[in-house]
Design a protein around this ligand. Structure first.
Ligand SMILES: [Zn+2]
Length: 312
């Protein structure tokens, strides 16, 4: 009899915790970020084959990559057209030319506060030009450390990778960054490939969940593994890629993988510059499409409950 009572108490306890948990979850889901304006913008700049992304949060700006050397003017002019005077952060995801090519011109032209790069060098003129510009401005490189957080206006930047070193391919040194603004989130992966994705899964697990994912390595099959895509579970994928590039990017298998998962796709080769605006609750794209941020599916909720109960 006593045993039964104890068991009943435990069941009632579990039910009570579940009710409280659902109530908290529901209130979180409904909490509107009313104090956040819609002055958070992500510009995926069309630089042909290569990456260059401007993130604006209030009065503060961050540039992730600067396209190829030939795209330097495109990037500099785009930033000027947005009235950028100062960049709080410049991230050079990795030393390949299609990412850091234009960064020397950017650093020469604008005030720059912090340059974040992975701890790896590359013996090319493009890379040395960037180092020269950094030196000439009296800046030093802040090495990208997984787990570091930085503020950008009301948004928070979290470095997710690299999580190791000694990689065979420079792509896996790519700085991967996740930016959270209210309930909405964006991930920028550089050219990180399967090895780095696996490491991020091991370190961050389900907290990789992000609304808008910039695909790794221009939509190559070497990135966007099934396991990674499943955990990030984005509503929208952005592919930064040049028209008729010689690599065949984005690869057909990746497009099919995204379509199978009902992920909306934007591509700089087809859409040109892509602008995403967030008010902290939903993300609106320049074509008027809008997606809600941080949507917990019923499966996510069940998994969270399961986690809590298995700890009891
Ligand atoms: Zn690249």
């Amino acid at each position: 009899m006593k045993k039964k009572l104890k068991k009943n108490k435990k069941i009632i306890g579990i039910i009570l915790i579940a009710i409280v948990f659902f109530a908290v979850l529901k209130s979180q889901g409904n909490s509107e970020y009313e104090n956040l304006g819609d002055d958070f913008r992500v510009h995926y700049i069309d630089v042909g084959q290569g990456d260059s992304i401007l993130v604006q949060s209030g009065e503060e700006y961050m540039l992730i990559d600067g396209g190829k050397n030939v795209a330097a003017d495109t990037v500099v002019n785009y930033l000027k057209s947005q009235n950028v005077k100062k960049l709080k952060y410049v991230i050079g995801t990795h030393p390949h030319e299609d990412h850091i090519g234009g960064l020397d011109d950017v650093i020469d032209t604008f005030d720059v506060e912090n340059v974040i790069m992975p701890n790896v060098t590359h013996n090319t003129k493009s890379f040395e030009d960037v180092l020269d510009s950094i030196m000439n401005k009296g800046l030093t490189i802040t090495p990208a450390v997984s787990g570091e957080r930085y503020a950008l206006g009301d948004a928070e930047l979290l470095i997710l990778a690299p999580n190791g070193d000694g990689y065979k391919d420079l792509n896996d040194y790519s700085v991967v960054a996740r930016v959270q603004y209210g309930n909405t989130s964006f991930m920028f992966t550089g050219d990180a490939e399967g090895i780095s994705e696996k490491e991020m899964i091991d370190v961050y697990g389900s907290s990789l969940r992000t609304d808008v994912l910039k695909l790794g390595h221009h939509g190559s099959t070497t990135s966007t593994t099934n396991d990674f895509l499943e955990l990030v579970n984005p509503s929208v994928a952005v592919i930064t890629v040049g028209k008729d590039n010689t690599y065949g990017h984005p690869h057909k298998e990746i497009i099919e993988r995204l379509e199978k998962n009902n992920i909306r796709i934007y591509r700089t080769d087809l859409d040109g510059n892509i602008l995403a605006t967030s008010d902290g609750n939903s993300v609106e794209f320049s074509d008027g499409v809008s997606v809600d941020g941080n949507k917990d599916t019923i499966i996510d909720i069940v998994f969270k409950l399961f986690d809590i109960f298995s700890d009891m």
